[in-house]
Design a protein around this ligand. Structure first.
Ligand code: HEC
Length: 389
């Protein structure tokens, strides 16, 4: 229905442009053409500080969406969708035309281009250094001799892996990173910035300073994503974004997002566990966006991993080994990251859904829910290794 409606709009526009017989094909149609059509935003209902379906605390992206809709003179509508698997979610919602825009995608051609197009940058997001106020945190050398909390299998963990002079405290979630800091088990937490900022604001009385970092796989420009057929809407959004700069800045502060100049870090050494080779950075970013923005219930943290382990040992273990310990390399799921690097999630997702019937791996999509697949994956994340001996 909706698609037809806007198709009509576009062809009417073309007809007028043709009548005028001038090079006006790229002129954005006047507002009344779409004025009563809602601006449909895809958002995760449980992903604060970014988005939430709670009216009183809607989140950074949702409030940006509201400001945008207002600037465009259109009512807003939401398509709530749990966004655990980044690209898959984009495919189902945005490219499936359930919504018009998705805020917070990594602004890069490598992220599902050319199917997805982007607005100009809305915010810079990434990993941040969190420490007591007044502590100097100017880059990697300043971390020497310190105990630094890093999340398991994250870019910061890789980055610090080869540094003997920096003591790593491994945690399973940003929440746990903040706790390590609070309980004096770490001097600095090098964790996912938005969640750190949000917790600092909501649970720690703004006690910590938080500095965004910059470097390969550490931070990126977040923008608004649209389906490639939505160039007209994208151009209109780009036209109003400059007037929303102040609002967006205020919202960043409201939701505790790290602002200010990022601290620069060197490149992640090649061949590390997440396979950050050339060009892989952005894919990893996409995965990070999908998984590590989760600050709460759906986080791939200890709880989900525990539930996943139970399912795994109940169903998958008789082929893949109890706790995924398996000496036959081909079916050793501890090697998923080693084998697929940044593609690990996609491979996992396709394989468990569709199976590989010809090779003895059943399809499980009729058996488990997506949440259950998520939790099995969280469990598998905790057992990844470079070799199976
Ligand atoms: C009946 C035996 C069997 C069961 C049960 C089983 N698998 Fe598999 N699985 C296999 C086999 C065999 C392969 C290797 C297929 C191949 O050679 O490509 C495989 C492959 C996989 C792969 C891809 C591995 C890779 O490196 O490409 C994943 C992921 C996976 N299984 C996950 C699971 C999960 C999760 C479960 C439980 C819900 C499960 N499997 C249950 C037999 C099984």
């Amino acid at each position: 229905m909706r698609a037809n409606h806007s198709d009509i709009g576009v062809s009417r526009h073309r007809a007028i442009a043709g009548l005028l017989a001038c090079a006006a094909a790229f002129i954005v149609p006047a507002a009344p053409l779409h004025a009563d059509e809602p601006f449909r935003l895809c958002a995760d209902p449980t992903n604060l500080p970014f988005s939430s379906d709670s009216g009183s605390q809607p989140g950074f992206y949702v409030e940006i969406g509201q400001a945008l809709a207002q600037a465009l003179g259109r009512p807003i509508a939401y398509d709530w969708y749990k966004s655990y698997f980044g690209k898959r979610t984009v495919r189902v919602t945005l490219l499936g035309k359930q919504c018009d825009a998705m805020i917070g995608l990594p602004r890069s051609e490598d992220f599902m281009g050319p199917a997805v197009i982007f607005s100009s940058t809305v915010a810079k997001e990434g990993y941040a250094l969190v420490a007591a106020k007044g502590e100097a945190l100017g880059g990697i050398e300043a971390l020497r001799g310190k105990r630094v909390a890093v999340q398991f299998a994250s870019t910061p963990q890789n980055l610090l892996a080869s540094r003997d002079d920096i003591q790593k405290v491994t945690v399973l979630s940003p929440e746990e990173g903040m706790q390590a800091l609070d309980q004096g088990r770490a001097d600095v937490a090098f964790i996912w910035g938005p969640v750190a900022g949000w917790l600092n604001k909501t649970s720690y009385n703004d006690r910590y300073q938080i500095e965004l970092t910059e470097g390969e796989g550490l931070s990126w420009d977040a923008a608004i994503g649209f389906a490639k057929t939505s160039t007209e809407l994208r151009d209109r959004v780009d036209a109003v974004l400059p007037q929303l700069r102040n609002t967006i800045g205020e919202l960043a502060v409201k939701y505790g997002l790290p602002t200010g100049e990022p601290v620069r870090f060197g490149a992640v050494p090649a061949g590390t566990t997440t396979g950050t080779g050339t060009g892989a950075g952005v894919v990893q970013i996409a995965n990070v966006v999908a998984t590590e923005t989760k600050g709460d219930a759906a986080a791939p943290g200890a709880e989900a991993a525990g539930a996943g382990k139970e399912i795994f040992n109940g169903t998958c273990a008789h082929c893949h080994g109890p706790d995924a310990i398996q000496s036959e390399r081909k079916i050793d799921l501890r090697l998923l990251r080693h084998r697929y690097g940044d593609e690990m999630r996609e491979k996992y997702w396709t394989t468990v859904h569709e199976g590989r019937p010809a090779k003895g791996m059943p399809a499980w999509k009729e058996v488990f829910t997506d949440d259950q697949f998520d939790s099995i994956f969280s469990f598998l994340l905790t057992v990844q290794s470079e070799s199976n001996d």
